[in-house]
Ligand binder design. Structure first.
Ligand SMILES: C[S@@+](CC[C@H](N)C(=O)[O-])C[C@H]1O[C@@H](n2cnc3c(N)ncnc32)[C@H](O)[C@@H]1O
Length: 283
């Protein structure tokens, strides 16, 4: 990777299999990006040093989801019946709907791919934020062990609770589930399934998530995923739109992963600017 290519042309190149720039190139940051990165780095380091934590934070359950279109209500009802879950008795409106949306994606993607769901294994979710969707993964994959990993663990929310407190609340009644604050690029743990929902593959979302660009290292991230995936194991990844999915796919291939298929969600339960793209990879 000797030359520098902007992210946009990288994705374009990825569409052509014979393209010489199939390998992602290191990004070049603007002055503005570097300034924002420095600012986020200050807060990031401060929060990691303070490691602010109170008690597990539990959302106030909304009880009933209102203001949904009839097709959303119908889809949620079918997910409720099929998976025996009722997110609104655990979470507020936003988190409940977001969990149904992730469950809907899992349900539809695996059915469309006609793949057996790899239940009962060791599962790691890479870049889980506060692991608000742990219950969805737990129910769908029925893992022997579920670990959510995020490099940022102690972001402070306006509630006075930290990301760590929120994660503790989300996982507290889920057996064999944990939240680990760590850079996944340094983790050594062989597992059967790795899930990655919207991993950073371009720098702009890193800054939008108020993180420093020092955490942006997709080559290392996907190399580590490859290394930690058991033989016959599966990486299930979700990206934002086909452009981002193409960039992510190039990183996967560069890391030695092999594609097992891709599926674009035709009608996400929660509308998004770009359709979620699911893909399956093996080492
Ligand atoms: C776009 S967010 C997605 C969050 C979550 N998966 C979701 O669907 O809501 C990406 C997350 O990856 C985390 N992350 C980025 N690099 C990481 C690394 N090297 N190790 C662990 N987590 C990382 C970030 O802190 C952030 O929470």
């Amino acid at each position: 990777m000797g030359t520098t290519t902007p992210a946009r042309s990288r994705s374009t190149c990825e569409l052509r299999a014979s393209s010489p720039c199939l390998q992602p190139s290191p990004p070049r940051y603007s002055l503005g990006q570097r300034c924002r990165s420095l600012y986020h780095a200050l807060w990031f380091r401060l929060s990691e040093r303070m490691r602010w934590s109170r008690t597990p934070y539990r959302e106030v359950p909304v009880g009933h989801l209102a203001d949904l279109a009839p097709w959303q209500t119908a889809r949620i009802e079918s997910l409720r019946v099929r998976y025996g879950l009722c997110f609104e008795s655990h979470y507020g409106h936003h988190t409940s709907l977001a969990n149904y949306a992730y469950l809907d994606l899992l349900d539809q993607a695996w059915a469309a791919a006609d793949r057996p769901v790899p239940t009962g294994g060791l599962v790691t979710d890479v870049g889980c934020a506060n692991f608000w969707y742990a219950r969805t993964l737990h129910r769908f994959l029925r893992p022997a062990k579920l670990t959510g990993v995020d490099v940022e663990g102690f972001r402070l929310y306006p509630t006075g609770y930290s990301r760590y407190d929120a994660a503790a609340g989300y996982i507290e009644d889920l057996p064999q589930t944990s939240f680990v604050v760590a850079d996944y690029c340094g983790m050594d743990e062989q597992v059967d399934v790795i899930t990655a929902w919207f991993p950073f593959v371009t720098p702009a979302p890193v800054l939008a998530w108020r993180l420093p660009l020092t955490v942006f290292s997709p080559e290392r991230l996907f190399a580590r995923i490859t290394r930690n995936l058991a033989a016959q194991g599966t990486l299930f990844m979700v990206n934002q739109g086909t452009d981002e999915a193409n960039i992510a796919a190039a990183y996967c291939r560069q890391a030695g992963l092999r594609s097992q298929g891709q599926w674009v969600h035709p009608q996400p339960l929660r509308p998004r600017p770009h359709p979620p793209v699911a893909s399956w990879w093996t080492a």
